[in-house]
Ligand binder design. Structure first.
Ligand code: ADP
Ligand code: MG
Length: 335
């Protein structure tokens, strides 16, 4: 196990005047044994960051260190990392056992030791009865477990996961999420996990890196990014439905943006006058969509509360301890 450091890391694709910079100076210290999730929309640079750690992409400037060792010029096989991909990347003609053993054979690990490590990983992942089969004889979830098993047997310093759950259906995704948490508790290996799914980020991470177009907007615990988002981008990316961001509502001064989460708004006798445009029932709660002036507002209410009717005008109040303020120019949080 090892800490993982990003020091002002920059990535450009291409050279000279045509170069396209996609990572703009990322610095982060990931602790030994920590589980960190990189989250952000498609194209924000998540995979690029991970691939630079793995050595699959060159680092244009800055440094990446695994433990005390700067790995910029270390070849991938010598970085002591293991990576799990979205598409599993298993060899179809090999058994699942051989898929898990392959990397160790290449390293020249003795046969007995390979068997012991594969059996142990298979036990943790409940794959024991599937080892003689080929990947195509497994379900998607089982294949992903084989891919994780292949990473575990390497006993790396760092695990890298690039959207490993994206091809699974919702139920299996939730279940595999729990397995990954269990795995991390048991093995304690420093992990960097990429996803575009903020729910996955919130549930898996000890700390979250929120990426916005190649810039790290925030690096904090799930509580911090939810309770004190550093920018309007983080505020609207973390949380579902997203935080309401209001520029023109009564009480909002010029130059400021007011953020308030749908769950921190209440229907009562005071506050903004809101025209209800749509109501959605989501089981235990309702989402009320309306307008305050020209701006859209989403209010989340308990299903036991009276549902307002479409077309009705209601009063909406905000919990004063739950207001967030941002600078309208920079989008940054202001106190
Ligand atoms: N090999 C490449 N050559 C040129 N541009 C690339 C290459 N790989 C990724 N990019 C660009 O870098 C940006 C970040 O990509 P990526 O890291 O794959 O994003 P994410 O994983 O967050 O979806 C995107 O704009 C993408 O088009
Ligand atoms: Mg990606």
């Amino acid at each position: 196990m090892a800490a993982l450091s990003f020091r002002n890391v920059i990535k450009r694709y291409g050279k000279g005047p045509k170069a396209n910079q996609v990572i703009h100076g990322v610095s982060a210290e990931i602790k030994d044994g920590e589980f960190v999730v990189i989250v952000g929309p498609s194209g924000c640079g998540k995979s690029t960051l991970l691939r630079m750690v793995a050595g699959l992409e060159e680092i244009s400037a800055g440094e990446i260190a695994i433990g005390a060792r700067v790995v910029n010029d270390v070849e991938p096989a010598r970085r002591d990392i293991a990576m799990v991909f979205q598409n599993y990347a298993l060899y179809p003609h090999m058994s699942n056992f051989d898929n898990m053993a392959y990397g160790l054979r290449i390293q020249g690990v003795p046969k007995d030791e390979i068997k012991a490590r594969v059996d142990k990983a298979a036990k943790i992942l409940e794959l024991g009865h599937l080892l003689e089969r080929k990947p195509r004889e497994l379900s998607g979830g089982q294949r992903q477990r084989v891919a994780m098993g292949r990473a575990i047997v390497r006993q790396p310093q760092v695990f890298l996961f690039d959207e490993p759950l994206s091809n699974l259906d919702a139920k299996l995704r939730a279940q595999t999420r729990l397995e990954i948490q269990k795995l991390h508790r048991e093995l304690g290996i420093t992990s960097l996990f990429v996803t575009h799914d903020q729910v996955e980020a919130m549930t898996l991470a000890q700390r979250i890196i929120v990426m916005n177009a190649g810039v790290m907007d925030q690096f904090g615990t799930p509580e911090e990014v939810y309770n004190r988002p550093a920018t309007t981008f983080v505020a609207s990316f973390i949380g579902s439905p997203p935080m309401n961001l209001l520029k023109d509502a009564p009480g909002v001064r010029a130059g400021k943006i007011l953020g308030i989460r749908p769950e921190h708004l209440v229907l009562d006798d005071e506050g903004w006058s809101v025209n209800v445009e749509q109501v959605e029932l989501l089981g235990a709660e309702r989402l009320v969509y309306g307008r305050v002036g020209d701006e859209q507002l989403i209010v989340r209410i308990d299903e036991s509360q009276r549902s307002p009717a479409v077309g009705e005008t209601v009063r909406v109040g905000a919990r004063p301890d739950r207001l967030h303020w941002f600078d309208a120019g920079s989008g940054k949080r202001v106190e």
